[in-house]
Design a protein around this ligand. Structure first.
Ligand SMILES: [Zn+2]
Length: 69
């Protein structure tokens, strides 16, 4: 089972997030501050879903735009 470490922005504690919890928000195990949902894989978004996803995400987002032509 793979897992990823997420650093809490409030206390700096490393939180181990199992890969199967991708996209789910959690709480810091040390200070209980809300952690943003973590995405391990690129999230395919469309013209209809992009704004809602980016505006709702509490952290930084790296966007790559792609088209078949
Ligand atoms: Zn914390």
């Amino acid at each position: 089972m793979s897992a990823y470490n997420v650093t809490c922005h409030a206390c700096g504690a490393a939180n181990r997030i199992p890969a199967e919890r991708e996209g789910q928000a959690g709480l810091c195990g040390k200070c209980r501050t809300a952690l943003p949902p973590l995405y391990f894989r690129p999230q395919p978004l469309t013209e209809r879903t992009f704004d809602a996803f980016v505006n709702a995400y509490p952290g930084q987002v790296l966007a790559e735009f792609w088209a078949p032509w």
